[in-house]
Structures are given as C-alpha cells and as structure tokens.
Ligand binder design. Structure first.
Ligand code: ADP
Length: 565
C-alpha cells in the first residue's frame, strides 16, 4: 500500500490544516498587537524624550540663573561701594578714573559685557570701557528705562540693544544711595550682560532653547536668527519643556524634535512585527510538522489495519485450506485403506484357490476314513474306528487352522501398532502362500526365527507384506526349475528381512518404476501389492525396497522394521 500519498500534504490538505479563517484571525490579531505595541512604545519614548528635555532645560536654567544672580550681586555690591559713592559726590577726574579702573577689573572677573556708573542725570561718569575707543564715559543714558526705574525703585532690569555697541544684552541697574540716607539717589550703577557664550552652548545641543520675555518676544535663543522674533507655537513633531526664569518675567522653552520617539516606536514595532512573523512562520512549520506526523500516524494506522485485515483473510483462507486438506487426507486415508483391502482380497482370491485344493484333500480323506469307520463298526473293530476318528480329528484341526488363518488375513486391520512375533507372522504367511497351484515345486528356505524376536507392526498388515513378497516370488518362479525362495533375517536395532528368489528377476520396465500403483506385468495382477507393502512398512517406522537387480539372479526385496523390545 502506498501510504506516501497520505504523507505529502497537497494544497487541499494545507487548506485543511490552516483554514482561511484562522489566517484572517491571526492577521487581525497581529495588526492589533503591532498597533498596541506602537502606541505603547511611542508613548514611552516620548515620555523619555520629555524627561531628558526637562533635565536639559533645568541645567540651562541653572546656568542662566547663576549668571543673572552673579551680575545682580555685582550691581548691588558696587552700588554700596565707597569709591563709587565718592566719585558721584566728588566727580573729579581722579575719582572717576579710579572707579573706571575698578569697574574694568571687575568686568573681567564677573564676565559681564560692560559696567558703568551714571550720575543722577543719567550721564556716565565712569565705565569699564573708559580707556577704549568707544567709551561710555560722557554718554547720556537718562532716556533708558533702567536708569529712571532704578532712580525711582532702587533696582531695574531691561533687555535692550546697546546704543553704541548695537548688541543685545540685559541691563541690570541699581541706584547708589547717599550716605546720609537721603531720599534721592546719587546715581545708578549699571551692568550689561551679554549671553553669547550661553547661547553658543545651547546651540551645541540638538534641542532649540528660547527665552521669551513678557511681551512674547524671543530675547535669547540657541538660534540667533530667532532673536526678537515673536515666539510661535511648536509644531506637532516637537517636544517642548518650559519654565519661568526666576527673578524675571521670562519663560525658557526647550523645543526638541519628537522624531526620535517616532523612530524608536517604529523600530520597536518593526522588531515586534519581525518577531511575530518569525513566530508565525515557526508556528506554521510546527503546525505543518504536526499535521504531517498526524497524517503519517493515520496512514500507518490504516496500513496496519489493512495489514491485519489481509493477515486475517489469509489466516481464514489458510484455515479453510487446512480443513480442505484434512478432508482430502481423510479421503486419501480411506482410499488407501480401501486399496489395502482390495489388494488383500486379490491376494485372498489367489490364496483361496490353493486353500480349496489343500482342504479338498483332507476332506476326501475324512470321507474315506468315515466310510471306512462305518464298515469297521459293523465288524466290531473298535480300535481301528478309534484310529480313524483320531485321524479325522487331526485332519479337521489342520483344516480349521487354515481357515482360521484365512479369516484372520481377510479381516480388516485395526491400525494399531504393537510388538508382533516375527516367527508367527511367517508361519501364517507361509500357511497361506505355499498351497497355490504350481507352487509345490518351490522350495522355501527360512532360517530359524527366535520366538521372542518381535517387530513393531500390526499382525494382519505384517502378514500382508510377507504374503505379497512370497506370492510375488512364487509367481515369478512358476517357470523356474529348481525354484527357490530364500529368506534371511538379521536382527539389530532394526530387523532386516530379505526375501530373494532365483527367478527371472524384475522386468526392466517394471524395475524403473517399481512401487508405482497399478504397475503390473501379470494379466490378472492389480499392481498394488508392492505399493501397499511399502506404505505399511513406512507406517510401522520401517521401509521396503528392492535390492539392485542382478541379471539372471532373481529378485530380492529388503524389508526393514523397527525391533520391538
Ligand atoms: P502384482 O503382483 O499384482 O502385479 P505387485 O505390486 O505385487 O503387483 O508387483 C508388481 C510387479 O512387480 C509385478 O507385476 C511383477 O512384474 C514385478 N515383480 C514383483 N515381484 C517380483 C519378483 N519376485 N520377481 C519378478 N518380478 C516381480
């Protein structure tokens, strides 16, 4: 049976193990899972991005705040400086130069753009750039808000463009109070701070940093082009973090691109998609392998069932055959038994003729003796009558022995093997065979057989073999002068009986196929004697064969039979 056909899945079977609805459900699930994966990873990446941005913003804010605090401290400290105050009170050249030098030194230390001192009229009397080409000294700054506001409120802050430098900066101012605690200030101390360094630092980072004033104008930015431009709303792809700048009305905003979060989410989703595809492919392979295994197991089961069925059928057929053979064998046995009987009856036919002749003679003698006895009775010679009667008794005994043998031979064998005395079997066979017509001239040489020598056989059947052999020899010797049958007996583990004659020997065509049923050279023969004799010998555990024929030396048959203990 070709069960490979069940193993290799064709399209139909693939459809069977992976239905379309399953594929659709798996695809839908995959899309849902990937969508959820994108959402979750995008949100997490955005949160990370925002947290990082807030960290950056805090660091920038601290840097800005520290600059502001430091510069504010400079104005406060200088506003209280004795040298400054003296220069305002006594604005001679020496005092002013001294202050200018001091301011110049301080500017370098505090990293401010310029520090200068205004008198109560707003005119710069000393400045850190006093010795430079473009000096503030002598310039009137009374129009500046940081001056008027400081004169009024002690402190002021203003982000503006420098009138001389034209550079944007934060102006921090503080009024110089008189020694006596009077109400009107002596002047105003001003520090201009420029944030170029900070802005350069910010520009190094990817995220954009803007500081917007109360008017919504960008005053500081990592991108200088944006300065003094109104702040605009961030676009969708931006992540922003904002905070107020302490001590000012400014707001710092750090704006970064949200793309990294998008890319991270896309990468994660892609990886998950790849993993899911891999899983699906592996799952598909596993399903396919499982399906193959199941198909193979089913095929094997079918194969085994078919095999079992075939074996059962064959067993049934064999049983039928055995039964038929038994019937045939029984029939054969029956036929063989019938053949044995037929052979025996044939032999009996021949024997009977001899026996009739043998019986007739004593019968005639008995009649003669009886008639003689009657005559003697009338003479009163009773002793002669008694002799006659005893002769009659002997005669009848002889007749009855012959008829007994005949009856015994004629009866059917029982088929039971036993220990049969060989001498008894020979006696019976000789009694039956030595009385045929034309056999009187045959001399039979029989060795003395010990009465305790027994063979495994059945009496009637053993006699049948011996009768067949002796009769065949006698018939062959019909024309032979000085006819002789010689019997030899050798007893070992087997008993070998050889029956030889000095007749013409086996005819050539018969010798070639001896022991073949119905093979006979005699007009009235049946051709069964030797076949049946051989069968009987085999049944007894022995054999019967013809000795190799020697021309002009008669025939010789060898009968081997197991010796009975
Ligand atoms: P049947 O005696 O009826 O022919 P048998 O089977 O006894 O059948 O013998 C078969 C043949 O074998 C005989 O016809 C005869 O030709 C041959 N045969 C048997 N015994 C002898 C013998 N002693 N000498 C010569 N021929 C024999």
């Amino acid at each position: 049976m070709d069960w490979k056909a069940h193993v290799s899945p064709d399209h139909d079977s693939i459809r069977r193990w992976l239905p379309v609805s399953w594929v659709a459900v798996a695809l839908l699930l995959g899309v849902l899972v990937l969508g959820a994966c994108f959402q979750i990873t995008h949100r997490a990446a955005l949160a990370d991005l925002k947290a990082a941005q807030e960290n950056d913003m805090r660091a920038r804010m601290q840097a800005l705040e520290s600059v502001l605090l430091r510069q504010r401290a400079v104005t406060t400290v200088l506003a209280d400086d004795g040298l400054v105050r003296r220069a305002l009170l006594e604005p001679d050249q020496t005092n002013r130069d001294r202050v200018s030098r001091k301011l110049d030194g301080l500017r370098e230390q505090t990293d401010s753009a310029v520090i200068y001192l205004l008198d109560r009229n707003g005119v710069a009397i000393a400045a850190s750039n006093w010795d430079e080409k473009v000096s503030f000294v002598g310039q009137d700054y009374s129009f500046r808000d940081y001056f008027s506001e400081a004169m009024q409120n002690a402190e002021a802050t203003q982000f503006a463009l420098g009138t001389i430098s034209n550079r944007a900066g934060l102006y921090l101012s503080h009024s110089v109070a008189p020694d006596d605690g009077g109400a009107s200030a002596l002047g105003v101390m001003v520090v201009k701070v420029e944030f170029d360094g900070l802005e350069r630092n910010w520009a190094n980072a990817k995220a954009r940093t803007d500081v917007v004033d109360a008017n919504g104008q960008i005053i500081l930015s990592s991108d200088p082009a944006r300065r003094f431009v109104p702040a605009s709303a961030a676009d969708n792809m931006a992540v922003t973090a904002s905070t107020d700048v302490p001590g000012t009305d400014w707001v710092m905003t750090v704006t970064g691109s949200a793309r990294p979060a998008l890319y991270a989410a896309l990468f994660a989703t892609g990886t998950a998609g790849f993993g899911l595809t891999l899983l699906a492919v592996l799952g598909g392979f596993a399903l396919r392998a499982r399906h193959r295994t199941i198909s193979r197991m089913q095929a094997e089961r079918r194969y085994r069932a078919d095999l079992q069925h075939a074996v059962d059928e064959r067993t049934r057929a064999l049983s039928d055959e055995i039964r038929e053979r038994q019937v045939v064998e029984q029939r054969l046995d029956r036929l063989q038994a019938e053949m044995v009987q037929a052979n025996k009856l044939a032999a009996l036919g021949q024997i009977t003729a001899g026996v009739a002749h043998e019986v007739n003679q004593p019968l005639a003698t008995i009649r003669l003796l009886a008639e003689n006895g009657e005559a003697l009775l009338s003479t009163g010679a009773t002793s002669d009558v008694a002799d006659n009667l005893s002769s009659i008794r002997r005669m009848t005994e002889r007749i009855s022995r012959i008829t007994d043998q005949l009856r015994g031979f004629a009866r059917k064998a029982k088929g039971e093997l036993g220990a049969v005395p060989l001498s008894d079997a020979f006696d019976a066979a000789l009694l039956l065979t030595t009385r045929g017509q034309g056999t009187q001239h045959v001399r039979i040489e029989l060795p003395p057989i010990p009465s305790d020598l027994r063979v495994v056989a059945e009496t009637v059947r053993l006699e049948q073999i011996l009768v067949n052999l002796l009769q065949n020899a006698q018939e062959a010797l019909a024309e032979t002068p000085d006819a002789r049958i010689t019997v030899t007996v050798e007893a070992g583990r087997m008993v070998r009986i050889v029956v030889s004659d000095n007749g013409p020997g086996l005819p050539e065509e018969i010798a070639a196929q001896l022991f073949t049923p119905f093979l006979t050279s005699k007009p009235s023969g049946m051709g069964l004697g030797l076949v049946i004799s051989q069968d009987i010998a085999r049944e007894c555990g022995g054999s019967l064969r013809a000795a190799p024929s020697r021309p002009g030396q008669g025939a010789s048959f060898i009968l081997d039979l197991p010796r009975a203990e």
